[in-house]
Ligand binder design. Structure first.
Ligand SMILES: Cc1cc2nc3c(=O)[nH]c(=O)nc-3n(C[C@H](O)[C@H](O)[C@H](O)COP(=O)(O)OP(=O)(O)OC[C@H]3O[C@@H](n4cnc5c(N)ncnc54)[C@H](O)[C@@H]3O)c2cc1C
Length: 468
């Protein structure tokens, strides 16, 4: 049986960031992920916003981590060579209820020390962002709001963790956890692993994982959200737009992503059991609201729709046949520590992406103290990104093609991605077309992979991965 210091359960953004942070210490760590690849859960479908920190109540852990996490994003993304854009955001109001919300958020933001916040009149907002509908009555401007590709960040953190010595078990499901005299035994469908500490980052299943050994204080109930992606050619807003609607909870989010597409997200809807599928009524509402808030955005330019699932932690009461919620979703981060060396992140919803690095640092510090671990002086925070031909000047591109003709063979014409980049993605861990897409973006463009999927399938097969 393998023995390590710490087992991280779950390879989403939280597990990957925590694994990377654990590598700053001399802590033998293994990350276990049920799926064939990392970042295939909640991390693969979210709004991609790095929040400024005015949404959360002053004095809360969430507020502090969001502001600190946001401030550290430039360095984090530089180290991991992941694109990050501080686009700034405008939260738009179209009436008195929403204006009040903006004032409250502004006051929160001041107390949370969010830099550069400004309350704008409707006229000022329209001047700044001509895409906003002219009947906007007020806006809250936050210059530090940014956007990052969530799965690229997760994959980069994972690669950096591995490069610094973290072990990985993919295609491995945790089935049970036992308490032992000096730690825990993790039972999986492949092997048993003895460890001194456990970090449960299992996303929507984190309550179930904790329940394998300890009763969690909360349970997760799921709801859904829908997204639309517009073609890069569409004329889109410069700023990230949050719409605080007059009807509470019915606003939209519009994010000009690092790839240059507009990502439109709806408010929450009931979860219908289909994890990444869209719900038609909700998509219609999203289109309608987007047309009202951003009338100049051409919704005929939509190239993709997808659904997302959100885990909401609730306090529960036990009843015959299971648990029922007390009806009030918990707003703060739930970090459970039911026994020495056992930590669970249960229901880390928005802004989990923004705070992933801070949460990882916090948990790594807790575990380092528990394990009495020394700092790892050999830790290298830098990770090299896959070299991209897109955006290169002609001379550099020509010289690269001379060195390796695969850089001249463009497989994904929509996103300008060469055979060499796809092969590199496969060599770094992509075993499916979706894995290639998450690493280099092949298939994310206007044709949504109809032109490149056959070649990508053939390259995967050549490299030993038959099934898509
Ligand atoms: C719709 C939506 C929009 C959001 N927008 C934003 C945003 O704009 N900005 C922001 O900061 N945050 C945002 N968030 C929050 C953020 O996306 C999440 O907090 C974050 O992605 C959660 O990551 P995770 O690692 O906990 O979960 P996941 O990515 O789901 O990872 C959990 C992993 O655990 C694995 N696993 C589960 N059970 C087992 C098992 N038994 N054995 C082995 N592995 C297991 C799963 O396969 C999965 O890969 C959003 C969330 C949602 C839902």
């Amino acid at each position: 049986m393998r023995t390590v210091d710490t087992v991280v359960i779950g390879g989403g953004i939280l597990g990957c960031m925590a694994a990377r942070e654990l590598m700053r210490w001399k802590i033998r760590t293994i990350l276990i992920e049920e799926k064939e690849d990392i970042c295939t859960g909640v991390t693969r479908a979210n709004s991609a916003v790095v929040y400024a920190g005015y949404d959360n109540p002053p004095g809360s852990l969430k507020a502090a981590m969001t502001v600190r996490g946001n401030g550290a994003f430039d360095v984090l993304c530089e180290e991991l060579e992941v694109p990050f854009l501080r686009r700034g955001s405008l939260m738009a109001a179209f009436g008195p209820r929403a204006e009040k919300v903006l004032q409250k958020k502004y006051s929160n933001g001041q107390k949370n020390q969010v830099p550069g916040l400004k309350l704008l009149s409707g006229k000022e907002a329209c001047k700044m962002e001509p895409h906003l509908a002219p009947h906007v009555t007020a806006a809250l401007y936050a210059p530090t709001t940014g956007t990052v590709n969530p799965w690229q960040l997760g994959i980069a953190a994972y690669e950096n963790a591995v490069q610094n010595g973290c072990d990985i078990l993919l295609n491995t499901k945790v089935l049970g956890i036992q308490k032992r005299e000096k730690g825990y035994l993790i039972e999986t469908d492949r092997e048993g692993i003895a460890c001194r500490a456990v970090l449960n980052c299992a996303g929507i299943l984190a309550d179930k994982i904790q329940e394998m050994l300890f009763l969690p204080s909360v349970r997760l109930f799921l709801d859904g959200t829908d997204f639309l992606v517009l073609d890069r050619e569409a004329d889109v807003p410069k700023y990230i737009i949050f719409h605080e609607s007059e009807e509470k909870g019915k606003g939209i989010t519009a994010v000009p992503t690092v790839e240059g597409n507009l990502l439109l997200g709806s408010s929450k809807r009931a979860f219908d059991g289909a994890y990444f599928a869209v719900a038609s009524g909700s998509i219609e509402r999203l289109r309608h609201s987007a047309a009202c808030v951003l009338p100049k955005v051409d919704l005929n330019q939509v190239i993709r729709a997808f659904g997302a699932v959100r885990p909401n932690p609730y306090q529960v009461k036990k009843q015959e046949g299971g648990f029922v919620s007390d009806g009030k979703s918990i707003g703060s981060f739930v970090i459970e520590n039911p026994a020495a060396g056992f930590y669970s992140l249960i229901g880390i919803k928005t802004p989990g992406l923004t705070c992933a690095n801070e949460l990882g640092k916090y948990l790594a510090r807790c575990l380092a103290a528990y394990l009495d671990a020394e700092p790892n002086r050999a830790f290298d925070p830098k990770r090299r990104a896959i070299r991209r031909v897109h955006g290169m000047d002609f001379a550099s591109r020509a010289s690269l093609v001379k060195q390796d003709p695969d850089y001249g063979d463009i497989v994904c014409p929509c996103e300008d991605i060469s055979r060499a980049e796809i092969l590199e993605a496969i060599r770094r861990g992509a075993v499916t077309a979706a894995g290639v897409k998450r690493r280099v973006g092949a298939g994310m463009g206007r044709c949504q992979s109809s032109r490149c999927s056959r070649v990508i399938a053939a390259l995967l097969e050549e490299e030993g991965y038959g099934a898509l």
